[in-house]
Design a binder for this molecule. Structure first.
Ligand code: GDD
Ligand code: MN
Length: 365
């Protein structure tokens, strides 16, 4: 059992009593690994006390280094072949351990998740906003795994699942990290009732939600989901369009600037913005800057001419078949532009992935 703790002094006695009770009832030989981050409330000392009477290994770390890295240290320190991770605050019922462990021992599963969102599971009177946040976060993980509760912090795994796997300790969702990156072929969920913590308070703040978004996009990329990259690329393109229009408008308002020149300046500034964000965020590039920047500008420039060509093609050649109504005609032109912009974004994305940022893309796939 891997139990990360930070200020859980008031929960440890009951936790250990219930874990050992549950395991001895099922004939499971259990070792508890408590990974404490020098909790100011003295959880570490309390754990040492308990270790005198039980099979407990206590790992003391220098300070609050994060939940996921604590769990990863616990994996290394534990001696068993079946690893179970659970919170110390008694939100996760230790009584479920035998059901989870037996599914791994029997070979029915490589990973077993204590699940709130399958039949028989649930949460204890959570306010609407907490339910909502949990559901939305679960949706983001949907393309990565089909299980109903990928956010769960209560899970069991066969040690071989993480043999030779480098786990990234980003954020809170170490279970999801294990499911996505580990050698996993069978994940099974077991219903749990998630109780409110017995004492102390949650360490999950607003920053964790942002870290979670970073974590899932990294996981998408580790699965080579081009879609995730394309989505980022499109978001950047959208901000660029807004900047482009704002500068274009601003320059025209200043007066006596010819509109082609204004458009040219707006294009270069907006495209520089797009370059910076795509370099830092979409492609996380570590390559040299200067040449890359001109490659990016060049791709956008080609994209612009492709856009013009597509418009001509769609409007002048495909339109005659569209009828002669004036309204329909301008609607059709806008529609043509929407299609053209979409196709150009695909071209820009492909060209930048395969050329501008190709060393970065190759390194990561
Ligand atoms: N060592 C260490 N270091 N332990 C930590 C740290 C840390 O930096 N931060 C949190 N912990 C421990 C807590 O002491 C607790 O035992 C466990 O990790 C979970 O922390 P909580 O603060 O109780 O998290 P939560 O209740 O908000 O979130 C739980 O439920 C979520 C589902 O809604 C966790 O299980 C999440 O993983 C889970 O997604
Ligand atoms: Mn909790």
């Amino acid at each position: 059992m891997i139990v990360p703790t930070y200020n859980e002094r008031g929960n440890l006695d009951e936790l250990v009593r219930r874990i050992t009770g549950s395991c001895s009832g099922a004939g499971i030989d259990v070792q508890i690994v408590i990974v404490d981050d020098n909790s100011p409330d003295g959880t570490g000392g309390n754990a040492e006390q308990l270790a005198k009477a039980h099979n407990i290994k206590v790992i003391h770390r220098a300070g609050k280094l994060g939940l996921s890295s604590a769990v990863i240290e616990g994996f290394r320190a534990a001696s068993g072949d079946i690893l179970v991770v659970m919170d110390a605050d008694l939100s996760h019922p230790p009584e479920t351990i035998p059901a989870m462990v037996s599914k791994i021992a029997s070979g029915e599963a490589d990973v077993v998740v204590g699940s709130r969102y399958i039949e028989g599971g649930g949460v204890e009177n959570w306010p609407l906003h907490r339910r909502l946040i949990s559901k939305v976060a679960t949706l983001f993980a949907r393309p990565l795994t089909k299980i109903k509760d990928p956010m769960s912090g209560y899970f069991a795994l066969k040690r071989s699942v993480i043999d030779g796997v480098t786990l990234d300790p980003v954020g809170y969702k170490i279970g999801l990290e294990v499911i996505v990156k580990g050698h996993v072929s069978k994940v099974v969920e077991v219903p749990i009732h998630f109780a409110n913590r017995k004492s102390g308070k949650s360490k999950l703040g607003g920053l964790e939600m942002i870290k979670y978004l970073d974590h899932v996009t990294r996981l998408y990329e580790s699965k080579r989901f081009w879609l995730a990259k394309y989505l980022k690329f499109s978001i950047v393109g959208g901000t660029g369009a807004i900047i482009n229009l704002a500068i274009f408008w601003g320059l025209l308002e200043m007066g006596n600037i010819e509109y082609h020149i204004a458009a040219g300046i707006a294009f270069v500034v907006a495209d520089t913005n797009n370059f910076i964000w795509n370099r830092l965020w979409t492609f996380r590039s570590k390559e040299k800057l200067h040449f890359q920047y001109f490659q990016f500008l060049f791709v956008s420039f080609c994209g612009f001419w492709i856009n013009q060509g597509l418009l001509t093609l769609l409007i002048d050649y495909a339109m005659p078949g569209m009828g002669v109504l004036q309204d329909a005609a301008s609607f059709y032109k806008v529609l043509s532009q929407v299609i053209a912009i979409f196709l150009v974004s695909l071209f820009n994305f492909a060209a930048n992935s395969l050329w501008t940022f190709s060393p970065d893309v190759k390194k990561r796939t």
